[in-house]
Ligand binder design. Structure first.
Ligand code: FEO
Length: 171
């Protein structure tokens, strides 16, 4: 069993992951409408990844005999003027998610809940990757600036991203 305190914190995190999914779907729709199908594709995959993150926590709470309680998902922003603006917003958001995961990790340690701490290890590494991917894309968009050909080529590159379900989903 998990304590109520840990269960509540995990339910909050499930909500945060679903909010992230909603945010990235909103970004995908912004770039779909702007005629940037590759960037839209990148964010659609991000949307799928965040749903997988929520599902990993859902599976874990159920596995530990806890109760998943789904809460309302707050509204998300809907407009980003440029890809650079969207990727900067993504990095800022992922930095906040990293802080949430770290706070959960500290709580698991305080509560001597080592199984939860162990589950969170996957998320600690995942956040390093999320932030790094974002930083690399920000660098690329800064480098090309307003260059139309550069934006076209980067859009093509991001259009090649495919979804790979995380192994942790099957655990
Ligand atoms: Fe689920 Fe992007 O953190």
């Amino acid at each position: 069993m998990i304590s109520e305190k840990i269960q509540d914190a995990l339910n909050e995190q499930i909500n945060a992951e679903l909010w992230s999914a909603y945010l990235y779907l909103s970004m995908a729709m912004n770039f779909e409408a702007a005629g940037r199908p590759g960037i839209a594709n990148w964010f659609k995959i991000q949307f799928q990844e965040e749903q997988a993150h929520a599902q990993i926590f859902i599976n874990y709470v159920n596995q530990r005999g806890g109760r998943v309680v789904l809460k309302a998902i707050d509204a998300v922003p809907t407009e980003w003027a440029t890809p650079l603006e969207a990727f900067e917003a993504t990095l800022a958001h992922e930095t906040k998610v990293t802080a949430l995961i770290n706070a959960l990790y500290s709580l698991a340690e305080q509560e001597s809940d080592y199984a939860t701490r162990d589950r969170l290890n996957w998320f600690v590494s995942e956040q390093v990757e999320e932030e790094d991917n974002c930083r690399q894309l920000i660098d690329k968009f800064r480098l090309i600036g307003d260059n139309g050909m550069g934006i076209y080529m980067l859009d093509q590159e991001l259009g090649a991203r495919t979804y790979v379900a995380p192994a942790a989903l099957a655990e």
